[in-house]
Design a protein around this ligand. Structure first.
Ligand code: IMP
Length: 422
């Protein structure tokens, strides 16, 4: 049995926290796409932890964590993540299993990302510059280097051939990128040796056998549905399938083994990087959300753009993923607003529509809002729904009616303990 946990907006919905809260219910936590562009934040015992490639179940004693074939791994960042966790005495060899089919991010992939973005000027994607796009390009172009390849004797020759090609491509972009490849390669090869100390597995086989023996699996998504390479706001997207189907291709689990599809969303909306964001706020409301919600990228530290909740986009994500239950994050950030707006339709080229159109560029779309009452109460100390102010209950019930899916968890703060079940 597999449950999926996915972000329904533009990422940063709080997936790390929820996986951490839910881990006790599962035997295996598995990442299926993305790479170190992700930043999953977990907070407990007064300490904040940010994970990039390692699944968010790593802090729990009994969970096995799998990095699936759909993930792209930068050994250098991975090594740093392991080092950051060294004080926890985690038995990584036993608790962290890596798919041989996962692709490696090479130093030149990162450089290519930087060169590509620099060449785009104003039209840049706003990439995290972790080499994600170029690595997936090599994967689909059938040139990539996989984790399992590092066990072969000739893998460094293949590395060289690919890196040489990348250098020629970097020259092609004709932009000013300074780098010392020798230095980057020394760091990379050292980090690959660290990676090789972990356990490599054929993850689809491992997960199949695990299911046969009754083990439960939580597939942990990264980024959000609106950053999906197919269904997101292309080209301002990431390079993997962040939606539910990505878990099947990124882990090798069959569609009919998936049970719950848990969709995580924030009570408002944020986006980091470029691209359309119809409900974006440029006023004090947006600034307040950013300040109170501490909306800065966990990977890059960039300030996130903030805006009202967009139900047109959220419904689309619920639909594409087949979400069976919802979790609303950061409800506490909205405390203090007199009124709240929720976008329930778009004015698209002069017509009212309630679906996400092909092109949601700013000049085509104006959000149509439903105004709701705000609440003043501080939610962060609340422990049960019976303490919720009426306006918050109305907000939640309105969303449930519109989205036709129950909201099972309301999160009222970053800590594990600030999680209210409904
Ligand atoms: P890339 O995947 O790093 O190339 O970035 C492509 C776009 O996705 C950029 O707009 C990034 O800001 C965004 N993005 C990538 N990963 C995340 C994430 O984990 N959270 C939020 N946005 C992300």
């Amino acid at each position: 049995m597999v449950d999926l946990l996915l972000g329904l907006q533009w990422g940063d919905e709080g997936k790390g926290k929820i996986v951490d809260v839910l881990t006790k219910n599962y035997d295996i936590i598995a990442r299926f796409q993305g790479g170190p562009n992700a930043g999953h934040t977990l907070e407990f015992d007064g300490i904040k932890h940010v994970l990039h490639t390692i699944p968010s179940g790593i802090f729990h004693e009994n969970a096995v964590n799998v990095v699936g074939n759909g993930v792209v791994i930068d050994p250098v960042i991975f090594k740093k993540e392991l080092e950051n966790l060294s004080k926890f005495n985690i038995d990584f060899k036993k608790k962290l299993l890596i798919s041989r089919k996962a692709h490696l991010i090479l130093p030149t992939h990162r450089l290519l990302d930087a060169a590509s973005e620099a060449s785009k000027g104003k039209a840049k994607i706003g990439s995290t510059l972790k080499g994600i796009g170029p690595t997936y390009m090599d994967k689909t172009g059938r040139n990539g280097i996989r984790v399992g390849d590092t066990e072969l004797t000739d893998w460094k020759d293949r590395y060289r051939a690919l890196a040489n090609k990348h250098e020629a491509m970097i020259d092609f972009y004709n932009v000013d990128i300074q780098y010392d490849l020798k230095e980057l390669e020394t760091e990379f090869f050292k980090a690959v040796e660290t990676l090789k100390e972990l356990t490599f597995i054929d993850s689809e086989e491992y997960l199949y056998q695990a299911q046969k023996t009754g083990k439960s699996i939580l597939a942990e998504g990264a980024q959000g549905s609106l950053l999906d390479i197919d269904f997101g706001t292309y080209p301002y997207v990431t390079s993997s399938n962040t939606t539910a189907a990505g878990a099947c291709t990124g882990l090798g689990v069959a569609p009919n083994t998936i049970k719950e599809v848990i969709g995580i969303f924030k009570a408002y909306a944020t986006r980091v990087g470029s691209g359309p964001f119809p409900t974006e706020l440029f006023d004090e409301y947006g600034k307040t959300m950013g300040r109170v919600g501490n909306e800065f990228g966990a990977t890059t530290g960039r300030p996130r753009r903030c805006g009202w909740l967009d139900l047109v986009a959220l419904k689309y994500a619920v639909q594409v993923n087949g979400v069976t239950q919802l979790m609303m994050m950061k409800g506490d950030v909205l405390s203090g607003f007199d009124t709240l707006n929720v976008c329930t339709a778009y004015n698209y080229k002069g017509k009212t529509i309630t679906h996400l159109p092909y092109n949601i560029e700013e000049e085509n779309v104006t959000p149509i809002y439903t105004e709701m009452a705000g609440w003043k109460e501080d939610l962060t100390k609340m422990t049960t729904t019976s303490q919720f102010p009426k306006a918050l209950n109305d907000y939640i019930q309105f969303l449930e009616k519109e989205l036709e899916v129950p909201i099972k968890i309301v999160s009222v703060g970053p800590d594990r303990t600030q999680t209210i079940h409904r």
